[in-house]
Structure formats: C-alpha cells, structure tokens
Write a protein that binds this ligand. Structure first.
Ligand code: ZN
Length: 113
C-alpha cells in the first residue's frame, strides 16, 4: 500500500488510473467502475465498501486526536467544551475526504483478493 497513491487518488493496482473522478471537490463523489489504465475492477461485490466504514472511523479518530492536540495550544483548559465543537466542525469539513480516502485505502488493502 502506497500512501502517495492514496493521496493522489491513484489505482491501487497500477498507480496510474484514477479511482474518483472528483477527489478534491465538494459534491457527490463519483467513483469510476474500473481503472481506465489497467481495467482493475473497483466495484467488487455488493457490500464490499461497508468495510471502508472501519477505515473511515479510524481516520476520524486520528483527525480528532490531531485536532485536540492543536486546539490545546489555543484552549488551555483540559476539558473545554469548545474543543469538542472544534473537533466536530473539523470532522464535518473532512467527512467528504474521509469517505473517499477510506474507500481507496480499503481497495488497497484487498487489491489481491
Ligand atoms: Zn489501474
């Protein structure tokens, strides 16, 4: 699994084709059915991407921890309600990216199965 391929929205099989047609934009994500360069099937069986929820959850937890640490520089009280608000806002803003990256990561984990 290559981190740069995930960040650059590249096919987990050949690293050339794109998985999403609109990775870094708002709006409804559009995923290609298969890789345009190597034909790698992205759609798999029904329900395949349910597992990507676990990846999405892990990403959200990691982002929450990072946001908590960064917000601690500005909000010095340990249990400040504002930190929860900041974390919620950051998670909402990152949700579209989380969904897309979790799918690409999930595809990369199971590319050989
Ligand atoms: Zn490919």
């Amino acid at each position: 699994m290559k981190l740069f391929n995930i960040l650059k929205n590249k096919c987990p099989n050949c690293s050339k084709g794109e998985v999403f047609t609109n990775l870094y934009s708002l709006g409804i994500p559009k995923m290609n059915d298969s890789c345009k360069k190597c034909g790698f099937n992205y759609t798999r069986e029904p329900g395949f991407f349910w597992g990507a929820m676990y990846v999405s959850y892990a990403l959200a937890v990691a982002e929450s921890i990072v946001t908590f640490i960064i917000s601690s520089f500005f909000l010095t009280e340990l249990f400040d309600l504002k930190k929860i608000m900041v974390i919620a806002i950051v998670l909402l803003l990152l949700a579209p990216l989380n969904m897309r990256f979790s799918r690409i990561i999930w595809l990369s984990l199971f590319k050989n199965s």
